[in-house]
Design a protein around this ligand. Structure first.
Ligand code: NIG
Ligand code: FE
Length: 411
C-alpha cells in the first residue's frame, strides 16, 4: 500500500540522519521542507522531498495537503491514563488552598484514585482508557507510555497492567507500559513504609515480570513519598528482571531523585521542578532523559523546572502530558506545546523537539518514532490550514490536527 501526500505547505521535523535524542543548542534546530511531498509504503515513511523533486506520482491513496502542514505524531512518554472516576472535588480543595501533599496526607489524591481502581472492573478500566486513547489520537499523539500506580495492592496493580496489555493489543497507538507499584503509601502501611517496599519487591515486580506485563519500572521518589533508599531497593530489584527505570523525581523538593535516576541509568526522570546545579551536573553525560510535565506544573500552580538553564548546560529536555485524574487531567499534547513556549520560554522548535523525538527517547521508541525519517513508523498528522508551524503553540486551545495516520493508515 502506497500513500502519497502532495503539496504539503511545510513538512515539519524531517530527519535525514535520524538521531535518538536532541541536546542543548540543537533543540532550537529543526529541519522542515516547504512545498513538500511525503510517501508512505505500508506502515513506514518511504520518501520525502520538495514538490519539484517528486517523480513517481503513482499511489493507492493520493492526498492533496495544500495549505496544510504535516508533522510526526507526538510521543507522550508519561501518562497515568488507566484510572477510574475523576477528582474535581479535590481540585476545588486546591483552589481553597490545600496543597497536593496535604490532600495526599488525609487519604485523598492518589489513594482516592486507588480506591476507585480497586473497585472497578477490568472491562470498565479498559473502556474508559480506550476512550482517552481515542481522544489523544485526535489531538495528534502517536505513542504513549502508560503507568500502573493506582492499584496499591498486587492484585489491583496487575489488573491495571493487564488493561494496558489489552490496550497495546487493540489500539493502533504504540504503547509502553510501566509498573508504578510505588506511587503512594497505602494507609495500612503508614509508619511501616519498608513493608510496602517489600511488597513491591517480593510480589509486584516478580509477578509483572513473570507475565511480561511491564516494559519499565517507576517510583514516586519525593518528599513525603518514597525515599532514595526505598527507590534504590526497588530499582535494583526491577533491574534483575530487566525493567529499566523511569522515575518521578524532584517534583516537591530537592529529594535526590535525579541523582538516583542517573545512578540507575534510568531512561528518564520526570517532573524536575526542583532542579539545581548539582542535579544538572548529575544529568550531564548520562543517558537519562530529563522530562518536564508542564500540564501538572500548570494545574498545580507550581514553580517551573529551569528548562532554559538545562538546555543552556547542554542537556536534552523532553515533555509529556502526565495525563492523570489528580495533577493533569488532560492528554492534549498541543496544550503542552503552548505551555512549553509560554511558561518555559521555549522556542516552538525546542517545544516540538521536546514532544516528539526527545519524548520518544524517554519512552524508548525514538529509533522508530518522533520524526519523519525514511524507514521510521508512519505515525503523523495533517494539520488544519495554518499559516506557520509557530501557529501550533500560539493558537492554544484550538485543535490544529485535522487527520491522523498511525502505522501508515488513517485513523
Ligand atoms: O505524575 N506525582 C505523582 N504522580 C502523579 C499524580 C497522580 C495523582 O495525583 O493521581 C503525577 O503528577
Ligand atoms: Fe506522573
Amino acid at each position: 500500500m502506497r500513500t502519497l501526500i502532495k503539496n504539503i505547505k511545510e513538512l515539519v521535523q524531517v530527519e535525514r540522519q535520524p538521531r535518538l535524542r536532541v541536546c542543548g543548542k540543537d533543540m532550537a534546530q529543526m529541519e522542515t521542507i516547504k512545498n513538500a511531498y511525503l510517501i508512505i509504503e505500508d506502515d513506514k515513511f518511504a520518501a520525502f522531498g520538495s514538490m519539484d523533486e517528486l517523480k513517481e506520482t503513482n499511489a493507492d491513496i493520493i492526498i492533496d495537503a495544500t495549505g496544510r502542514m504535516v508533522l510526526p505524531s507526538f510521543c507522550d512518554s508519561h501518562t497515568h491514563l488507566v484510572y477510574a472516576g475523576s477528582r474535581e472535588i479535590e481540585y476545588i480543595d486546591k483552589i481553597r488552598g490545600l496543597s497536593y501533599e496535604e490532600i495526599a496526607k488525609r487519604g485523598g489524591g492518589i489513594l482516592n484514585s486507588a480506591k476507585r481502581v480497586q473497585e472497578a472492573s477490568e472491562e470498565q478500566l479498559y473502556e474508559d482508557a480506550m476512550g482517552r486513547l481515542e481522544q489523544m489520537i485526535s489531538f495528534g499523539t502517536g505513542a504513549v507510555e502508560i503507568k500502573s500506580g493506582y492499584g496499591m495492592t498486587t492484585e489491583a496493580e496487575m489488573k491495571m497492567l493487564r488493561v494496558i496489555r489489552r490496550l497495546k493489543e487493540t489500539s493502533p497507538l504504540t504503547i509502553k507500559s510501566t509498573l508504578l507499584g510505588a506511587h503512594g503509601i497505602p494507609m495500612e502501611y503508614r509508619g511501616r513504609q519498608e513493608a510496602f517496599v517489600d511488597l513491591v519487591i517480593d510480589e509486584m515486580i516478580p509477578q509483572a515480570a513473570a507475565e511480561g506485563l511491564a516494559d519499565y519500572i517507576d517510583v514516586f521518589t519525593d518528599q513525603g513519598f518514597f525515599t532514595v533508599e526505598d527507590t534504590d531497593r526497588m530499582l535494583d530489584a526491577g533491574a534483575k528482571y530487566g525493567l529499566r527505570a523511569k522515575i518521578h523525581a524532584n517534583e516537591l523538593a530537592y529529594s535526590g531523585g535525579i541523582q538516583c535516576a542517573v545512578r540507575h541509568n534510568a531512561l528518564s526522570c520526570d517532573h524536575l521542578e526542583y532542579t539545581g546545579d548539582a542535579e544538572i551536573e548529575a544529568l550531564l553525560g548520562s543517558e537519562t532523559m530529563p522530562t518536564v510535565l508542564p500540564g501538572a506544573a500548570f494545574f498545580l500552580n507550581m514553580v517551573h523546572a529551569p528548562v532554559r538553564k538545562m538546555m543552556d548546560a547542554g542537556l536534552p529536555v523532553a515533555m509529556a502530558s502526565d495525563c492523570n485524574p489528580g495533577s493533569s487531567p488532560s492528554c492534549n499534547m498541543q496544550l503542552i506545546l503552548s505551555f512549553a513556549c509560554v511558561n518555559y520560554r521555549m522556542l516552538p522548535e525546542e517545544a516540538i523537539n521536546a514532544t516528539t523525538i526527545n519524548s520518544g527517547y524517554a519512552m524508548g521508541v525514538s529509533d522508530m518514532l518522533g520524526s519523519i525519517a525514511v524507514g521510521k513508523r508512519a505515525n503523523f498528522y495533517i494539520t488544519t490550514p495554518i499559516p506557520t508551524y509557530e501557529y501550533l503553540p500560539y493558537a492554544y486551545g484550538e485543535n490544529k490536527v485535522a487527520r491522523t495516520f498511525l502505522n501508515g493508515k488513517e485513523v
